[in-house]
Design a protein around this ligand. Structure first.
Ligand code: AMP
Length: 114
């Protein structure tokens, strides 16, 4: 199967503004930011979406959320607040089939989301 753009970023075949990396997670700035700070966190191992992660890989959820906490601290967002979002499937608004967590901040967020 063809690589997604996020797999290409993991493999350094596509450029990204990378802010954080560890053994499991990569974080980089969203190309089309929806807030003053908009960062994507992705597992290096490919899973198409939240609902597709098998039980034996559920540890990735811990890695993903722990990395988001680190990046929120690193960028100062923890002081003002932030939102974490996962768009899953068609109704969720998913456009890239590689599990990713949006970290958004730098302005007050609205509720309900669109
Ligand atoms: P989603 O709609 O939840 O699947 O989110 C996909 C996100 O990936 C969108 O916010 C896009 O702006 C972002 N995106 C797509 N391609 C790139 C890229 N090459 N570098 C950074 N962000 C990207």
């Amino acid at each position: 199967m063809a690589k997604t753009i996020f797999e290409k970023i993991v493999d350094r075949e596509a450029q990204a503004d990378i802010l954080y990396e560890d053994d499991h997670i990569l974080a980089f700035r969203d190309l089309a930011p929806q807030a003053p700070t908009h960062i994507l966190l992705i597992p290096k191992k490919h899973h198409s979406r939240h609902g597709a992660v098998p039980a034996e890989d559920h540890i990735i959820f811990t890695h993903l959320f722990a990395a988001a906490q680190r990046v929120a601290r690193q960028t100062g967002l923890e002081k003002t607040g932030y939102r974490l979002v996962i768009n899953n499937g068609a109704d969720g608004g998913e456009t890239v089939p590689h599990l990713h967590l949006h970290l958004l901040g730098g302005r007050p967020m609205n509720w309900p989301p669109g």
